[in-house]
Design a protein around this ligand. Structure first.
Ligand code: SAM
Ligand code: SF4
Ligand code: SF4
Length: 344
């Protein structure tokens, strides 16, 4: 039987094309951030995936090639902590050979960045985002479950700049009562540097963190706090559907951003699919189930069949959790996949 090719854009029920793929390459992490992998749950006896249950890089590469046929051109490598995965730079090198991939980005906690920055640059990685929730060493250590040494992360950022990464993004999740006291100190530290600091609203991802709305500090509150000290003005978005609202410091000309998924959800422009480290495909950060793609691959399914199934999954997609949360139409207690497992 002759096969019909699927030509991008492949659109979901809300008209959104599939453009980005986020791959969690590793479920383990060397931090225990209080809102993501709290130490009491992720204790030394916690059973992470055995390595054979993780997708191999060959399997991921095969999947990425299929996804690119459907319109994916941006790949983000995340985790857990992606730099814990051995031979990651070889995988990035392979991705960079794909004609249809025009952007490869990495999200990391930065601890191992000093070691890998140059190798990452050489492999073809385009962009780096570093998660750093406080500039105060003690508060940072507390946020990371007593594991984070801020000097190592700051050294990693410097090394990445030396290696040639430009416009590095620094993402800070703010949890009220935990790290909101040092917001201005953080802005002060980074505002003159060639990096883009972005504040992220703390979200109800997963169930482990027992999120409560009052713990989220709305971006509007942070913008007001910053503007009272250093005036900032909104900037145009870089591209349609950009998740961060960009602002510029009036006096310095440098940029700062705000990601407001709780108070100003952006599901309407969500073109992202997510692959977990054990090979499940999720349509949304807040999904409770994902398609078990690893079992398709390991049962010998051919590329055409996988492609057909991916198209069918995307065409049925109607997820818009954050919008429904905003409208108070969903159940915050429902089972959801955890962030460390699906990636940010
Ligand atoms: N370990 C890497 C890191 O921290 O950059 C990559 C994975 S981590 C899960 C990706 C991002 O998700 C981090 O920036 C982290 O702060 C963010 N994150 C985790 N839980 C979150 C939550 N409940 N709300 C908002 N962001 C969250
Ligand atoms: Fe690890 Fe990143 Fe989660 Fe922190 S946010 S525990 S660094 S995966
Ligand atoms: Fe995308 Fe789901 Fe987040 Fe909405 S809630 S922006 S659909 S990941």
């Amino acid at each position: 039987m002759k096969r019909v090719s699927h030509l991008p854009p492949i659109r979901d029920q809300l008209g959104r094309a599939i453009k980005d793929l986020r791959i969690s390459v590793m479920d383990r992490c060397n931090f225990r951030c209080v809102y993501c992998m709290p130490e009491d749950k992720f204790h030394p006896g916690f059973k992470f995936l055995p390595s054979k249950e993780r997708l191999s890089f060959d399997e991921m590469f095969r999947l990425v090639k299929i996804f690119t046929k459907l319109g994916v051109s941006k790949i983000r490598i995340t985790g857990g902590e992606p730099l814990l995965r051995v031979n990651l730079t070889d995988f990035i090198g392979d991705l960079s050979t794909l004609d249809r991939v025009d952007d490869i980005a990495l999200t990391t906690n930065g601890v191992l960045l000093k070691k890998y920055a140059h190798e990452l640059k050489a492999s073809g990685l385009n962009r780096i985002t570093i998660s750093l929730d406080s500039i105060d060493p003690d508060e940072f250590r507390l946020m990371t479950g007593n594991r984070g040494d801020i000097k190592r992360v700051l050294d990693g950022i410097s090394e990445a700049q030396v290696a040639g990464f430009e416009k590095i993004k620094i993402n800070a999740v703010i949890k009220r009562g935990v790290n909101n006291k040092n917001i201005l100190n953080m802005v002060d530290y980074f505002k003159d540097q060639p990096v883009i600091l972005r504040f992220i609203e703390y979200m109800d991802v997963g169930n482990i963190n027992q999120w409560q709305q009052k713990e989220t500090v709305p971006s509007s509150e942070i913008i007001e706090l910053i503007s009272n000290k250093w005036p900032i003005s909104p900037m145009k978005e870089n591209y349609e559907g950009e998740v961060a609202s960009r602002y510029i410091f009036d006096d310095l000309g440098t940029e700062i951003g705000f990601i407001s998924s709780v108070t100003n959800p952006f599901c309407g422009g969500c073109t992202r699919a997510r692959l977990s480290s054990d090979g499940k495909l999720y349509n949304c950060l807040f999904a409770s189930t994902g398609a078990d793609i690893k079992s398709w691959i390991r049962s010998g399914m051919d590329d055409y069949e996988i492609e057909d199934r991916l198209v069918s999954i995307w065409r049925k997609r109607d997820n818009r959790y954050s919008e429904l949360r905003y409208l108070k139409q969903n159940d915050a207690d429902e089972e959801k996949v955890e962030m460390y497992y699906i990636g940010g």
